[in-house]
Write a protein that binds this ligand. Structure first.
Ligand code: MRU
Length: 365
């Protein structure tokens, strides 16, 4: 996607052929800065500190982190260590584990002397596949928008989204926002309601930034406003991303997603999750009991980051000092509240049968 007129991916290998460049998402929307990762520890830190974030991008960053690690120690012990360190960064997005297992599989059959080159190749392949998957999600989702557009007699399709599941969360295009970009590019007018997404405000900071950069009409709303808008017929479709989706179609995503799904259900608004198959955890059935939910720092709730009038980025305290604070970062929306799952292979019913109809090769588990 374009930033200041220049095409970018969220992650790429720099001109020296080894450094991995990422967009520092902790500085957006007020500054667009690249970070250059030189070692696997820096890749792990970038994931842990949310310099990069979003399930697909976490996976690709981990893959490049393995490549950086192979430069220092391409032995079996080095590979095991780097996979462990990167795997321990964030627990919920299954794309992390998926990418690390794929890297381990590709590298363990190579002699150490060939591992650096193979690791960069495999990471690039994972990145390219993510771009292709997101583009396909965009095409499949666009068809849903076209039907709503027609039903509304040519008026704009009003979408509500939560968190950031746009190109910044992936390598390009995004998952939940890919259909928005695809519809916009094909001339279907779209208006996006963007949940601010406390505590880290990925909606207000990141989704609004990327939609704005593409000229897509949008309105940022407080997290609590979605139900009200749905009650008043202001939302035609909800689309969110996912960090882990079970084999039965339960969708784990940023905290607050479940409440949006409940409101959508109560108001007859279709609720879709958009995700590449690397986000499906075929080994689990019950999202509520089986998805590990990341508990993040209390400071993300007690403080809010923003730009002061003098331009400095500041953290300001908003909670009464001494109050106990909890910060679960994700929740699970049960499949019964999900109208459909938009994948790179098409739109599936949120059920085991629905997912297996698109991914029959997974029938064995
Ligand atoms: O904690 P984050 O910012 O990594 O959480 C991201 C989300 O919940 C996204 O909506 C999700 O990863 C979908 S990614 C396209």
């Amino acid at each position: 996607m374009r930033v200041h007129g220049q095409p970018y991916r969220t992650i790429f290998v720099a001109d020296d052929g080894r450094t991995v460049a990422v967009i520092d998402q902790t500085r957006l929307p007020f500054a667009f800065e690249l970070r250059h990762l030189q070692a696997s520890e820096e890749a792990a830190e970038a994931i842990r500190d949310m310099i990069v974030r979003g399930a697909p991008l976490i996976g690709v960053t981990a893959a490049y982190g393995v490549a950086l690690g192979m430069r220092g120690d391409p032995t079996d012990a080095g590979l095991a260590r780097v996979v462990d360190v990167l795997g321990a960064t964030r627990p919920t997005a299954v794309n992390l584990k998926w990418a690390l297992e794929r890297m381990r599989g590709a590298l363990s059959v190579e002699p150490p002397s060939r591992r650096v080159e193979r690791a960069y190749d495999e990471a690039a392949r994972i990145a390219d596949e993510d771009v292709a998957a997101c583009a396909a999600i965009g095409r499949h989702g666009r068809a849903l928008f076209a039907a709503i557009h027609e039903r509304r007699g040519g008026k704009a399709v009003r979408v509500l989204t939560h968190c950031n599941a746009g190109w910044l969360a992936c390598v390009d295009w995004g998952t939940a926002l890919a259909p928005v970009y695809a519809a916009h590019e094909s001339g279907i007018p779209v208006h996006v309601y963007v949940d601010e997404t406390r505590p880290r405000n990925q909606g207000a900071a990141l989704t609004a930034f990327e939609l704005g950069a593409h000229g897509i009409p949008h309105t940022v709303i407080a997290d609590n406003a979605g139900g009200h808008l749905m009650q008043h017929g202001e939302v035609d479709i909800c689309i969110v991303g996912s960090d882990r989706t079970t084999a039965t179609g339960d969708v784990a995503n940023k905290i607050g997603t479940y409440l949006k799904a409940l409101a959508a259900h109560d108001n007859g608004v279709p609720f879709y999750a958009a995700l590449p198959s690397s986000t499906i955890d075929w080994t689990i059935e019950d999202g509520v009991t089986d998805v590990p939910i990341e508990e993040r720092s209390a400071r993300e709730v007690t403080h809010v980051r923003g730009r002061a009038e003098d331009g400095r980025l500041l953290d300001v305290e908003v909670v009464a000092p001494g109050s106990a604070v909890a910060n679960p970062a994700f929740d699970v929306t049960p499949a019964r509240l999900v109208t459909g799952i938009i994948t790179e292979r098409g739109v599936a019913a949120a059920s085991r049968a629905g997912l297996l109809a698109l991914y029959p090769e997974r029938a064995g588990g």
